[in-house]
Ligand binder design. Structure first.
Ligand code: ARG
Length: 401
């Protein structure tokens, strides 16, 4: 058998670390580690060195923060996509991008296979593999964590010691954490009991609303064609924009979620998330659409948002359906330019003002003051026709009696 050359999605954590010696032993393989910085990396050098010390032949560590926001997170924001109406798809948006880059590197390196450290119970395995299948159907896919015999984290630790895998310098958290600029997903430990309130130490980037400032904090967000571009009048690049909003939002206790979630594989799980920046942006973006989109487009777009969120959640980013819906969303966003004024206060990001050159709001139609130009008489004919089916059915019922 010829030697495999495997590109492995590598985070530096326990699972993806033991995957390196495990793959080398079980597949007689050479490993190329791949790590994307989506805003979670503190010590890139450390990860680089650890991958090599663990037995990878080579590691690619790339800063994909801007691409992640522009090409993935902002697309989801434009659609107002929230899985099951709540989850801003933090992890779901990241996997297709990571997988896409892994495919590109695999082609460049002449690799024979792609691997990831996900178990068989989660969504992330599906997101990786559907992307691999769409972009490189010819490459083999290996999921060590679905194959190996380790039954617990403890057994994994024993194996990692045996293989002399360096222990990360960072303090071990009792939680499983997946972080990027769009937010953070926190699982495991005490959180697995849905009745138990998440302890304060589960939260990584937000303060408790109780501890947040008593002073209201005002801020403005400006969108250009559905994309957030300014904070309080100052133009910001995507990465800086999210860093700033995460910071201000976090300080005000904004964006905490504690929800039950239906995984694609059918398992229910209790999920804790923090997404301060994304929450501010979702509130602002939705409010702006309320001002600038016509009624029917606004309504129809809500149906699209639901479907769009499922496609992202289920790993179908590179599907024809998602691309087609993206075109619809892009068309609607041509009008979504304007400014929102928000009040941040103890866990809330409340839109308190909105303006846009493309606003469809007409004060002289909505007003109850003397500025009113609305023709009262036109409403009667409208209701006569709109209510015709109701009237006919009502008459029939009356006759029957
Ligand atoms: N339940 C969330 C999702 O499916 C979070 C997943 C977090 N991933 C992880 N490897 N810890 O998107």
């Amino acid at each position: 058998m010829t030697k495999e050359k495997i590109v492995l999605a590598y985070s530096g954590g326990l699972d993806t670390s033991i995957a390196i010696p495990w793959l080398r032993e079980n597949y007689d393989a050479e490993i190329i580690a791949y790590t994307a910085d989506l805003g979670q990396i503190k010590d890139g050098r450390g990860i680089h060195n650890k991958a090599l010390a663990t037995g990878a032949k080579k590691i690619y560590l790339e800063d994909l923060r801007e691409k992640f926001l522009k090409d993935f997170a902002f697309k989801s924001l434009a659609a107002n996509a929230l899985y099951e109406g709540k989850y801003p798809l933090i992890s779901a948006l990241s996997r297709p991008l990571i997988a896409q880059r892994m495919v590109e590197i695999a082609k460049k390196e002449g690799a024979t296979a792609l691997a990831h450290g996900c178990t068989g119970k989660g969504n992330d395995q599906v997101r990786f593999e559907l992307t691999f299948k769409a972009l490189a159907p010819e490459l083999k896919i290996i999921a060590p964590a679905r194959e190996w015999k380790f039954k617990s984290r403890n057994e994994e630790i024993v194996y990692s010691r045996k293989k002399k895998i360096p222990v990360s310098a960072t303090k071990k958290s009792p939680y499983s954490i997946d972080k990027n600029l769009w937010g953070i997903a926190i699982e495991c430990g005490v959180l697995e009991d849905p009745w138990k309130e998440p302890p304060e130490d589960a939260y990584q980037i937000t303060v408790s609303p109780k501890k947040a400032s008593d002073r209201e904090k005002y801020l403005e967000i400006e969108f250009r064609k559905g994309v957030p571009v300014k904070i309080s009048g100052k133009e910001e690049q995507p990465v800086a924009l999210l860093e700033k909003l995460n910071k201000i939002g976090g300080e005000n206790g904004i964006g905490r979620l504690d929800i039950m979630e239906n995984r694609l594989v059918g398992i229910k799980s209790r999920e804790v998330y923090e997404a301060p920046g994304a929450t501010i942006l979702y509130n602002a973006h939705d409010a702006l659409e309320g001002l600038v989109l016509d009624k029917e487009t606004f309504h129809y777009k809500r149906l699209v948002a639901e479907r769009y969120s499922q496609l992202i959640y289920n790993g179908l980013w590179f599907s024809p359906e998602r691309k087609a819906l993206e075109r619809f969303v892009d068309e609607t966003q041509k009008r979504v330019s304007g400014t929102l004024r928000l009040k941040l206060y103890k866990g809330n990001a409340i839109v308190v003002g909105r303006k846009s050159p493309l606003s469809l709001y007409q004060e002289n139609l909505a007003t109850y003051s003397e500025k009113d130009i609305f023709d009262q008489k036109s409403a009667q004919g409208f209701i006569d026709l709109y209510g015709l089916p109701m009237k006919i059915e009502g008459e029939m019922r009356r006759k029957k009696k």
